[in-house]
Ligand binder design. Structure first.
Ligand code: SAM
Length: 371
């Protein structure tokens, strides 16, 4: 009897197996020869980075250095942090990315400036040491936030400058918000997430890392709106749209709340449409001349490049907004010692998991509003 009951309630196809089947079918084709090694990395323990909290009073950096981790932002190809500004690259037409969105003028190749205030420590390649949980300082603020170190890249690529107003449209639980705050450049920050419970978590994260005066209404606004219905237009200097996606790594590891479970099939199939609507809302919320980062943690071309292409097309056709794709190759060149990047993406850049540097997947594409 017990066996019978067990047999009837047991899930024949756990969501993690369904996810793996789906990835084998789609990424096997999309990534070709790269897929077996990316697959092995995705199924192995991920690596974290420790995003340093500049507001903490403790000497956390020295402590993390003593454990053998290093700030990957200072460990760039022959460049020390004060020189992070890139020389303009001379890129031939053949070398430049082939942006298949007809309304774009091609990728922009101006210098890339990076905030030097963000520090994210990682253990060296092949070293799978784990960071200990962060401890509160005398004021109760935690010294670092553990996150996928590749998640810092979209924040760097956003290139926030002194006094900018910034919108983080899908912000919870707040890793990228914290990274953006570390720049200490933001004039006004608007953080939003449609989920009330996740917004609460985000609020708690901010309270654990940021001193109260910096969380005042003059500097920060936290909301729980549906981002697709964001009403402010032509407002923000910078917008980050870090959309819900199939969260590939999580989908292979956790059966609970898995987007590949049968009960969530409809939701999963609607993801690209939701992502498109969120990106369009972010584009409309940015001011002319403003910049937008679209990011995901999936390898899926349908949720990455296809969404960006469709958004650029719709922004022009329906909203009369012209966009330019910003070339992020200077950023990938800078950090190729730390991350593995997908080769030859026609639009945007992507960190792909690798056993010796098991970060990602993180896809990012940067757009600039021309009108
Ligand atoms: N940026 C976050 C970070 O770095 O910690 C992670 C964001 S997570 C990938 C995507 C978020 O989008 C989820 O927290 C989810 O609740 C939120 N979301 C889903 N649909 C949304 C919508 N229509 N509007 C705004 N946020 C939405």
């Amino acid at each position: 009897r017990v066996k019978e009951k067990w047999a009837t309630t047991r899930t024949k196809h756990p969501a993690t197996s369904l996810a793996l089947q789906y990835f084998d079918a789609t990424y096997g084709v999309q990534l070709g020869q790269l897929w077996p090694s990316v697959r092995a990395a995705l199924l192995s323990e991920r690596k974290y980075g420790a995003l340093l909290n500049n507001c903490s009073n403790d000497d956390v950096l020295a402590n993390l250095h003593a454990q053998g981790s290093k700030d990957f932002l200072s460990d760039t190809e022959g460049r020390s942090p004060p020189c992070l500004e890139q020389e303009p690259e001379v890129v031939s037409e053949e070398e430049s990315s082939d942006v298949s969105v007809s309304d774009l003028d091609g990728q922009q190749r101006s210098p890339l400036q990076l905030s030097t205030n963000i520090k994210c420590l990682v253990f060296p390649r092949g070293d799978i040491t784990r960071f200990k949980p962060a401890r509160p300082d005398i004021c109760g603020l935690l010294g670092y936030y553990l996150m996928d170190a590749a998640s810092v890249l979209p924040c760097l690529a956003l290139d926030v400058q002194e006094g900018h107003s910034v919108l983080d449209l899908c912000a919870a639980p707040g890793g990228k918000t914290l990274a953006l705050l570390q720049t200490q450049f933001i004039g006004f920050l608007c953080v939003n997430d449609t989920s009330v419970s996740r917004t609460l978590r985000l609020r708690k994260v901010l309270q654990s890392y940021v001193p109260k005066p910096l969380l005042s209404d003059q500097k920060l606004c936290i909301t729980s709106f549906d981002g697709t219905k964001w009403e402010e237009r032509n407002t923000f200097n910078r917008v980050i749209v870090d959309v819900p996606c199939t969260t590939d790594r999580h989908s292979l590891m956790e059966d609970d709340n898995n987007i590949f479970s049968k009960s969530r099939t409809g939701e999963r199939q609607k993801l690209p449409q939701l992502q498109l609507e969120l990106l369009l809302a972010g584009i409309i919320a940015a001011c002319p001349g403003g910049e937008i980062i679209y990011s995901t943690c999936t390898l899926s071309q349908i949720q990455n490049q296809s969404v960006v292409e469709q958004a650029v097309h719709t922004a022009q056709e329906v909203h009369g907004i012209h966009l330019q794709v910003v070339d992020l190759r200077p950023l990938t060149r800078m950090f190729r010692k730390t991350f593995h990047f997908a080769p030859d993406l026609h639009l945007g850049e992507m960190v792909i998991p690798h056993l010796a540097a098991n970060f990602g997947p993180i896809y990012m594409c940067k757009l600039r509003r021309l009108t």
